[in-house]
Design a protein around this ligand. Structure first.
Ligand code: SF4
Length: 640
């Protein structure tokens, strides 16, 4: 029917000079969409409509209304839109009095953690790049700001002065949010209704009281300056400019700061705890790559907090983050740790809190080639040294490096530290080569994972979503894959070369999975579903595209916390892991695990981890993997 109707509609519109675009509402993949729409098969209908429209070359756009019921599936919708070559508009589920949906919206409105996740998604380069209209990019950036920092709407809206909303019964509203109509066009002239003093008063009230808090995605005419900003948002020129700015700061300030920091010899040795005379609560200021973390980094943070409390009697931690909402999401999910407060990682906030802190701690994560981060860390270390605040390096890894200046800064940071505890032998070797004594200890995430596994016990009840996914008589194998990253390749690789490596790997994995289509249910679990550190979900959907329908493959569309990942893994008979911390989580649960080393032309941390654990036979390079090897490994999982 649609195949016949659509061309007729397009033809009529064209004859009347009306622009026609087909909007298809899609609120999630398969059952998620069906549940939201409360009708089985509605997802298939929507996809069929999309296929027809695309095959007829009809301008089409997807619309996704985001609520707590589907917020973690937004990447799946974007992936689908890209696959069909159409654009998708994301909008927040909004209270509309006229529809009397207050209670429903209250039930599905986003929590703070979900707001933070969605804000990351709509302001990410991946989403902005796929959003053609500059005004929509600006709208997303404005919404992301409001979701994470609060504040009022800056986005303009045509409905304030130029639009109306007309219902099928003839009621005329100033906009779709407005709860009382101007009147009914079947009873009164629309002109009179629109220009009446009552409407004018109603409109002023709306502009002053409702619009500042309105989350609706209606847009309007932005100022030319803002529009230019929207056009540049995530433009290659803007990205290049940003990189140039960081590089300029790094290569000019880096050597100056390095030389000024040389006046500090090794920082004061850490005082035995009893010698600290202050009556104040012993507080540590933690710095690292906070703001770009995922559940693995949350486990590291938990482990670092445990160590700081046990070894240094720290009672409170301040965590400096360049995206505090994201870090808060993770710190609030930690259990049985010292109180933690997240602050913005700015010069002002560091200068304010550092004098109240007992230690400055470089906590977890790698001290590697991240120029923008390193320069800021060196500046903070100099401030701490000026205050005679001891510096600790706790649970970090060192490298990899391409830039000599990065290496020199990391070396300086280590030289300024009073205590260094590193998480790999390779990092210890680097420190030794620099003439520095450092202790080797396991990744702090292990400490936190052990503690949590004991606390939550064996196989606690699964969350509802996982109950559905894990209910099967088949063996369960968890899959975690990460996107490849140029920084983990030896030498320069073109994006196309990286894509080819990923495609080949997914094809081999898909072939191996096919072999077990009737014996194993495969469940993808994202360790990092947010966009900052390259979302694992992008690979989950790419893998799905490679699989035939007979393969029992599910994607856990979620941002799980540490306890939830542990609970999930306890149900798995085996795992295949590519993220370093997915490997740590799985090995800590003593699950048969196959590791995929993401290093290209060189071994990454995953290979090191498996080798150091005596599991070198269970890890393969992403470049060299083949389906026979995977089949052999899956067989051993089935037989175990
Ligand atoms: S901003 Fe919201 S409340 Fe104001 S006119 Fe637009 S849609 Fe209506």
């Amino acid at each position: 029917m649609l195949r016949q109707l659509l061309p007729a509609i397009v033809q009529t519109c064209s004859e009347k000079g009306v622009t026609f675009t087909l909007n298809i509402s899609l609120d999630g993949q398969a059952n998620v969409h069906d549940e939201i729409r409360q009708r089985d098969g509605s997802y298939n209908d929507a996809i069929e409509s999309l296929q027809i429209a695309v095959s007829l070359h009809i301008p089409t756009q997807l619309q996704c209304t985001v609520s707590s019921a589907n917020v973690y599936g937004v990447e799946g919708i974007r992936h689908l839109a890209v696959k069909f070559g159409v654009e998708v508009v994301f909008r927040l589920a909004t209270t509309i009095s006229r529809l009397n949906n207050h209670e429903k919206i209250r039930d599905i409105s986003l929590t703070d953690h979900e707001k933070s996740f969605f804000a990351d998604f709509i302001s990410s380069p991946a989403t902005l790049k796929k959003t053609k209209q500059p005004n929509r990019r600006l709208l997303y950036l404005d919404l992301a700001r409001r979701l994470t920092q609060g504040g009022t709407r800056r986005a303009p809206c045509y409905f304030q002065h130029e639009g109306v909303m007309l219902t099928s019964s003839g009621d005329l509203y100033t906009c779709s949010i407005c709860d009382s109509p101007m009147g009914n066009v079947f009873k009164q002239s629309p002109y009179e209704l629109y220009f009446s003093p009552r409407t004018s008063e109603q409109r002023d009230k709306m502009i002053n009281e409702t619009c500042p808090n309105c989350l609706h995605d209606q847009s309007g005419a932005w100022s030319p300056i803002m529009l230019a900003k929207g056009m540049l948002a995530n433009h290659p020129a803007e990205r290049l400019l940003k990189r140039c700015r960081i590089a300029a700061s790094f290569f000019t300030n880096g050597p100056i700061m390095l030389s000024s920091s040389r006046r500090f010899s090794r920082n004061k040795p850490t005082l035995p705890i009893t010698e600290h005379s202050s009556n104040l609560v012993k507080t540590a200021l933690l710095i690292g790559c906070y703001g770009g973390e995922h559940v693995g980094d949350a486990a590291i943070l938990g482990g670092v907090l445990m160590r700081l409390h046990e070894d240094f009697e720290i009672e409170k931690a301040l965590v400096a983050s360049f995206r505090s909402d994201r870090t808060r999401r993770w710190s609030e999910s930690l259990r049985d740790c010292i109180p933690t407060e997240v602050i913005e990682y700015t010069d002002e906030s560091i200068e304010k809190v550092l004098p109240t802190c007992t230690y400055l701690v470089f906590a977890g994560g790698p001290l590697m080639d991240l120029p923008g981060v390193l320069i800021r860390h060196l500046s903070t270390a100099i401030k701490a040294a000026n205050l005679n605040t001891p510096i600790l390096i706790e649970g970090c890894g060192i490298g990899p490096f391409r830039l000599k200046l990065s290496m020199a800064i990391v070396r300086r940071l280590l030289e300024m530290a009073s205590s260094i505890r590193l998480r790999t032998q390779a990092s210890i070797d680097i420190a030794s080569a620099w003439g520095l004594a450092a202790r080797l200890d396991r990744d702090p995430a292990f400490d936190y994972l052990d503690m949590r596994a004991k606390q939550i016990g064996h196989k606690p009840p699964l969350p509802t979503m996982l109950q559905h996914i894990c209910k099967t008589p088949r063996k369960l194998v968890g899959i975690n894959l990460r996107p490849l990253w140029q920084r983990y390749a030896k030498g320069h690789l073109r994006p196309q070369q990286m894509r080819t490596i990923e495609e080949n790997f997914l094809a081999e994995l898909g072939q191996a999975m096919k072999h077990f289509h009737d014996t194993i249910r495969f469940v993808f679990f994202p360790m990092n579903p947010d966009q900052y550190g390259f979302s694992d979900l992008s690979v989950a959907y790419a893998l799905k595209d490679k699989l035939s329908l007979e393969i029992d493959y599910h994607i856990w569309e979620y941002e799980p916390n540490v306890d939830e990942v542990i609970t999930f893994l306890q149900r798995m008979d085996g795992c295949i892991t590519m993220r370093f911390h997915a490997s740590i989580f799985a090995l800590a649960q003593k699950i048969p695990t196959i590791g995929i080393d993401y290093g290209i032309a060189q071994q990454s941390k995953v290979g090191d981890l498996f080798s150091e654990a005596g599991l070198g036979d269970n890890v393969s390079s992403v470049e060299k993997i083949n389906h026979q090897w995977l089949i052999e490994k899956f067989n051993s999982i089935i037989e175990s």
